[in-house]
Design a protein around this ligand. Structure first.
Ligand code: FUB
Length: 354
């Protein structure tokens, strides 16, 4: 706990220094915010009908003090953004789903994702239920920007946060989900929630790290098809990464893309603020850790998605250029490059001029 407080403080100092530099015009950003009329974060991008649709969190200032539990991320609705072309103007398509229209929701609409199948668009979203436990819900619409109608109950067997939905070439769809600390993943064991479990780190540095979860979806896209598995990340010798390996272990914000027949599992390392990747031969893993591919952004959280559009790869991410506040973020995008050997090129989202 003390360690996490220290890290939190360090992140605060980091943000402060960068806010100062920004004020003096010394920060040069790689990309511009896609939209500045509302605060947006956690962008899950998809190509539907030849257009890019971005499913972000909608950040608001709810007046809740910052803590390691993420209580200050108290979002209440979703707005979907669309882009006709790269470098085009992003359109805010208005409220797509409001927390008051989700029958089982309590508070905190966090990072969503979306998928399409057989004429229906699916919006997957994490929100705390009335017992303050995160679960994952689903809502449907006939158009990619909604409005979406939420199902009466969360997806049975779902828990924690940050759903990311990937459909493989054979039509099978998988959901990756989970996040530690405020995302509560460390409190779930064998499908049960430990109400007295650790709120942040497990303090088990020498044990295997907590894994992101992966599960196949049924063809109706509304239910899990069978058991939830661990998306295990190993080192090159096949040993699972350890809980104390904060620079490399999974924290939250997973994504999956397939490149030259291999499965690239990408994720945030959370308290060390990197985007990292691990490569596997199956969508279920295991994935072999391959490195970092994005340096820390300005802000605390790091969350991304990756798409291929008109033959090029793009990454969507967020930082806090517009507000300088960790909980009022803005989404951005830039090109992502795979090297000839399949590794990902490192991205630096800003530089500070001397
Ligand atoms: O936006 C709230 C949470 O912050 C997300 O669910 C995490 O991935 C982090 O970005």
């Amino acid at each position: 706990m003390f360690k996490s407080k220290l890290l939190f403080l360090a992140a605060g100092i980091f943000s402060f220094i960068h806010a100062e530099a920004q004020q003096k015009g010394r920060i040069k950003y790689l990309s511009k915010p896609l939209i500045s009329t509302i605060y947006t974060a956690d962008p899950s991008a998809h190509v539907f009908n030849g257009k890019i649709y971005i499913y972000p969190s909608h950040d608001i200032d709810a007046g809740i003090p910052e803590n390691d539990n993420g209580d200050h991320f108290a979002m209440r609705d979703y707005h979907i953004l669309s882009l006709d072309h790269i470098n085009g103007k992003a359109t805010d398509n208005g409220v797509a789903l409001d927390i008051k229209d989700i029958p089982w929701a309590g508070r905190q609409l966090w990072a969503p994702d979306a998928a399409y199948k057989n004429g229906t668009y699916f919006l997957y979203f994490p929100v705390k239920n009335n017992e303050d436990i995160f679960q994952i819900g689903v809502a449907t619409a006939k158009t990619p920007a909604g409005p979406f109608k939420a199902k009466k109950n969360p997806i049975p067997g779902s828990y924690s946060i940050d759903p990311a939905v990937f459909t493989d070439d054979d039509g099978s769809t998988y959901m990756y989900f989970g996040g530690i600390w405020g995302g509560q993943l460390q409190r779930w064991k064998n499908g049960s929630f430990d109400a007295n479990g650790s709120k942040t780190d497990l303090q088990q540095d020498k044990s295997p790290a907590i894994n992101c979860r992966v599960v196949k979806l049924k063809s109706n896209m509304l239910e899990f098809d069978g058991k939830v598995h661990d998306a295990v990340i190993t080192d090159s010798a096949g040993h699972p990464l350890l809980g104390g390996d904060h620079d490399r272990r999974f924290f939250e914000g997973s994504w999956m893309h397939k490149y030259r027949g291999k499965y690239y599992f990408t994720y945030s390392t959370g308290d060390t603020h990197f985007l990292a990747y691990a490569i596997g031969k199956s969508p279920m893993g295991p994935f072999i850790y391959a490195g970092h591919f994005m340096q820390p952004v300005q802000g605390w959280t790091t969350h991304h998605s990756i798409i291929k559009f008109k033959g090029k790869w793009y990454i969507f991410y967020h930082d806090v250029e517009l507000s300088g506040k960790t909980y009022l973020r803005n989404v951005k995008m830039t090109e992502l490059h795979h090297n000839a050997d399949g590794t990902l090129q490192m991205i630096n989202t800003f530089s500070v001029e001397k």
